[in-house]
Write a protein that binds this ligand. Structure first.
Ligand SMILES: Cc1ncc(COP(=O)(O)O)c(C=O)c1O
Length: 397
């Protein structure tokens, strides 16, 4: 008799990534010949810079085709440590031993969740947050506890809100600045207050800094620039967004030695090392700082110009409320009350796709159904056209 698949208890509650689902739907509509304006994408529209691609080809031809150390090649871990040390404000310099390289920062985050959290542990998630945080915490059999930010504070949470949400079972929190989905950036003082609370209450802080270099108003602060100690800090970063390297799948953690060892052991049983050739590409991105700074600077300037153009387009619709987009490449727009729907974001996303051919991500993916996320990681003209259609759909114009 054929075996009928019953999802195991591990994944019974898991939902498919809503952001990836939107991307797949937009791709399918485009493939069917429809002129879709895709503002659903969570990835830069730039190609990986040429010097990085060339370094990968050279490494591959020089034999970088075999297994590497599970935690990643030493030159890359050295380069990651050196990069982080440029921001570090307190304590001994970060060494390669504190770095574990994984197949994307998504895997780094998952490694950290599995190793630091377990059954019964509660993990605070400033919300709205990237959809996978909730699932990863639950897959680690811990409990994700959303803590909602206020619109007046650009949907960021305060240390006081986190303290109010804490219980004796709270084991840690996720931090993401600049934020996906809102584009909000935490100030130095906001980070300092949160880090102080986490240190006081003995929480792990998982700081996802994947958008750190994509910030427009004086730059975003790393927790490494603010924290006075690192013993409860796990910093997650990767090459995907800043270096336009989403497909290469390289991310990493910087964590205390014991945590790094545990994550390496866990990774050794799941995926082993990330792709050798991708590690060499990431090494070029991290170690060749002059070339990298030039191309990253150029891409960030382009994102900034699009951000400015999108904000200017929204200014023509004063009733449209959105979070001030200070970083990343998203604008988070309030659609509460849209056509009286209970899930306004989902209703709006369906309507704007069907009636205006614009793909966006409904806010329910980020536990805030009154909102939608639009990405401006596309040309300025497309971003402005898409945002204008969104505003028209919302205001009935
Ligand atoms: C907040 C956040 N963290 C992590 C990731 C995953 O990045 P990577 O491609 O390095 O796995 C994303 C990708 O969308 C993201 O938005």
């Amino acid at each position: 008799m054929p075996l009928e698949f019953q999802p195991s208890a591990n994944i019974a509650r898991m939902k498919e990534s809503a952001t990836l689902a939107v991307a797949a739907k937009a791709r399918a509509l485009k493939a069917a010949g429809l002129a879709i304006i895709d503002l659903g994408a969570g990835e830069p529209d730039f190609d990986t810079p040429a010097f990085i691609r060339e370094a990968a080809v050279a490494a591959m031809n020089a034999g970088a085709t075999r297994y590497t150390a599970t935690e990643g090649i030493l030159p890359l871990r050295d380069a990651i440590a050196a990069d982080a040390n440029r921001r570090l404000a307190h304590g001994a310099p970060i060494t390669a031993a504190e770095v574990v390289v994984s197949s994307g920062s998504k895997q780094s985050l998952y490694n950290a969740c599995v190793c630091c959290f377990g059954p019964g542990d509660e993990v605070l998630i400033p919300t709205p947050a990237w959809t996978s945080y909730y699932e990863m915490v639950e897959l680690a059999r811990a409990v994700s506890v959303p803590v909602f930010g206020e619109p007046a504070n650009d949907l960021k949470v305060t240390a006081d809100q986190l303290r109010a949400a804490a219980t004796p079972r709270t084991k840690g929190l996720m931090l993401n600045s600049p934020s996906n989905p809102t584009g909000a950036v935490y100030t130095r003082d906001e980070l300092a207050a949160i880090l102080e609370l986490a240190a006081e209450l003995g929480w792990w802080v998982l700081a996802d800094e994947i958008y750190l270099r994509i910030a427009y108003e004086g730059g975003a602060q790393s927790v490494l620039e603010v924290a006075t100690a690192r013993d409860n800090l796990i910093v997650i970063n990767g090459v995907a967004k800043a270096y336009a390297m989403t497909g290469w799948r390289i991310g990493w953690t910087i964590a205390p030695l014991a945590v790094s060892k545990a994550m390496t052991a866990f990774q050794s049983h799941t995926t082993s090392n990330p792709a050798a050739v991708s590690q060499h590409a990431a090494l070029a991105a991290l170690a060749r700082t002059e070339e990298a700074d030039a191309v990253v600077g150029e891409m960030v300037r382009a994102f900034r110009a699009r951000r400015d153009a999108v904000v200017a387009a929204l200014a023509a619709f004063p009733s449209v409320r959105y979070v001030h987009p200070a970083g990343a490449f998203y604008v988070y727009i309030n659609v509460a009350g849209f056509r009286g729907a209970a899930d306004a974001g989902a209703a709006f996303a369906a309507a704007v796709l069907e009636e205006h051919q614009v793909a966006v991500v409904p806010g329910n993916a980020f536990l805030t159904p009154d909102w939608i996320r639009a990405s401006y990681a596309t040309t300025e003209a497309i971003a402005v056209d898409g945002i204008t259609r969104i505003a028209r759909c919302l205001t009935g114009g």
